[in-house]
Structure formats: C-alpha cells, structure tokens
Design a protein. Structure first.
Length: 165
C-alpha cells in the first residue's frame, strides 16, 4: 500500500491518482513530471501527511471554472494538454480526461502550454474541437500569449488563467 502525499489516504500499490482527492501519485516519483495535481480549493492537509509544495503566488495557474480546481504550472516548462490514451502511449502533462475532457471534446494531443519566468503561451496542435482564448479560436501551430484573467477553452472545457507576478 502507498499513501497519498496530498491527503494521506491509503492507496493500492500502482495507483496513479488518489481515489480520495485526485492528486497524482506518480508526479512525486518521475522527475520530468511538472504538473502533479488538480487540488480542491482551500483543502487542508492532515498534520500526519507529507507537506505538499508551498503555493507560490508568483507563478501561473489554470482554474477549472466549473468546480474551482486549480492546476499550478511550473516556470520554464512546456506542457502537453490532452487526454491519456494508454493504448497509443499518449500521456499528457495536463490530463483533462478525468475532468470532463472527453465530453468537452478535448483531443488526446490538444495543445501545448509554454511557461517561462515572464511569459506564458498556448499553441493549438490542430485539435478537432479547437483551443480558444476569450472566445477567439487559436490558430493551429501559432503560439498565443496568455494574460491574467483570460478564459481558456479546450473544446468546450473552460479554464481561467491566473498569473501572479
């Protein structure tokens, strides 16, 4: 058995996500993994749990509008956004499959998000249902700069961009 780093719930060996809080259980083991969890807002961690990384207010996050879950993005990373397909070996850095991505029309390889110290861009990867910033379609293979407060849609899955200087 293994324990979730975020909520300390006991999980079966080999589990990828915590069945209680949804935190990625593999992000702490794979060095190249940069996006580890979609946390519940204002979730408190039990004192017996290992402390998660401190919230860095000088970074970027994506917030799922329908439920307020937040995805922290690390600077100096390029992240694939999409849905996991084990048979084809597609494992995106930001897997929206468990958050309504299939029903919202998120492609397996939908978009790329590039985060630097001072800038963040999104690039559509010729997805079937498109990537939109503030209801304007992002042209495929043409990175578009994101700003604080932008509405970002992958298919019809709506997220809000938060950038804290």
């Amino acid at each position: 058995m293994q324990r979730c780093w975020n909520c300390d719930a006991q999980q079966m060996d080999g589990a990828i996500f915590c069945t209680d809080c949804g935190a990625s259980l593999i992000g702490r083991q794979r060095r190249q993994e940069t996006t580890t969890t979609l946390d519940e807002p204002d979730k408190t961690v039990p004192s017996s749990a290992a402390a998660p990384p401190a919230y860095n207010p000088t970074g970027m996050s994506l917030v799922l509008v329908h439920d307020g879950r937040r995805l922290q993005l690390e600077p100096n990373t390029i992240l694939l956004v999409g849905r996991t397909d084990q048979k084809r070996g597609i494992i995106p850095d930001i897997d929206l499959g468990n958050y309504g991505g299939y029903d919202a029309g998120v492609s397996r390889r939908h978009a790329m998000i590039a985060v630097s110290e001072s800038n963040c861009t999104v690039e559509d990867l010729e997805s079937a249902n498109g990537t939109f910033v503030n209801n304007q379609r992002v042209h495929p293979q043409q990175p578009l700069t994101l700003h604080h407060g932008d509405e970002l849609k992958f298919g019809t899955l709506l997220l809000r961009v938060e950038i804290h200087p």
